[in-house]
Design a protein around this ligand. Structure first.
Ligand SMILES: NC(=O)c1ccc[n+]([C@@H]2O[C@H](COP(=O)([O-])OP(=O)(O)OC[C@H]3O[C@@H](n4cnc5c(N)ncnc54)[C@H](OP(=O)(O)O)[C@@H]3O)[C@@H](O)[C@H]2O)c1
Length: 259
């Protein structure tokens, strides 16, 4: 847990993908901050379980959870219209929900699904929120990308492509948003490896605990609107690997995948 969460006190913080992994860790860490938390996920049972956990351990927390299938744009429109009508535009948004499948072959259907959830959903949510902003609304949207957006790896082509698309969209969109004259800021987070259901194992011993990752992100968000990258050591290793000849890179990634 982090000591100073005052920055979040009284803020409306919306997080997607809250039932497991990093999203759940962000919610549980923020429960002590005095923020009003709006959580969105697909799994209704998971949302109910999390709500019970929070009510039992952080009785003062202000939470509102919504079930939404981010693969379905109708569901996004319906749920986010409801959120905006009830709570207005949040101050801070973590677009965190994502999926990753193991890709030994090339599966077009899974790739489309991955793009729907990892790319189109955050873009649709961002565009809906931005359309409700005016010169007096301050909105900060934080997109959870991945180091994979810049580093090709074994059996992650669909996932990495979706995160690369998201990254480039956000990097370019942030210039366009500046021109609108509305106080909106877009920020990217590039995690390397976090021990969650998504990666299942501690690849090469590099994974961070999800609460460590959540605390790191919340600490950084208070201080900077620049991209947040962690673990930095892994970033350097991947940069070095990317400079190696193709066959060597392939062998290293196969070894890491099997470790
Ligand atoms: N773990 C890593 O090593 C790692 C590395 C780099 C980047 N990231 C990124 O970090 C973010 C969080 O990952 P994680 O490791 O915490 O993953 P995770 O443990 O698998 O959790 C993913 C979350 O996304 C939600 N989600 C998935 N599909 C959804 C859908 N169709 N509609 C609504 N919610 C949906 C899940 O909710 P339900 O249970 O309700 O489906 C779950 O709460 C992702 O964007 C991921 O790409 C993770």
């Amino acid at each position: 847990m982090i000591s100073n969460l005052n920055f979040f006190s009284g803020k409306k913080v919306l997080i997607t993908g809250v039932t497991r992994g990093l999203g759940e860790a962000l919610v549980l860490t923020l429960c002590e901050s005095g923020a009003e938390i709006i959580g969105v996920s697909k799994n209704i049972q998971g949302l109910q379980d999390l709500e019970k956990k929070i009510r039992a351990n952080y009785s003062q927390s202000k939470i509102n959870f919504y079930a939404c299938d981010l693969e379905n744009s109708d569901s996004i429109h319906q749920v986010f219209d409801q959120i905006i009508a009830r709570s207005g535009v949040p101050d801070l948004v973590f677009l965190n929900a994502g999926i990753k499948y193991s890709e030994p072959g090339f599966d077009y259907v899974l790739m489309r699904k991955t793009f729907e959830i990892n790319f189109f959903a955050p873009i649709l949510i961002a565009s809906k929120l931005i359309s409700h902003c005016n010169t007096s609304t301050s909105l900060r949207i934080i997109f959870v990308s991945s180091m994979g957006a810049y580093h090709p790896m074994v059996a992650t082509h669909g996932y990495n492509a979706s995160k690369a698309a998201l990254t480039h969209m956000v990097e370019s969109l942030s210039f366009d948003v500046k021109k609108m004259g509305i106080p909106i800021s877009l920020q990217l987070i590039f995690p390397g490896l976090i021990a969650t259901d998504m990666i299942k194992k501690n690849v090469g011993g590099f994974s961070w605990d999800r609460f460590r990752a959540a605390s790191f992100i919340l600490r950084k968000v208070q201080k900077t609107k620049q991209p947040i990258i962690f673990p930095y050591f892994l970033k350097i290793i991947l940069r070095v690997i990317n400079c190696l000849p193709y066959r060597l890179r392939y062998r290293i990634f196969c070894k890491l995948k099997a470790s």
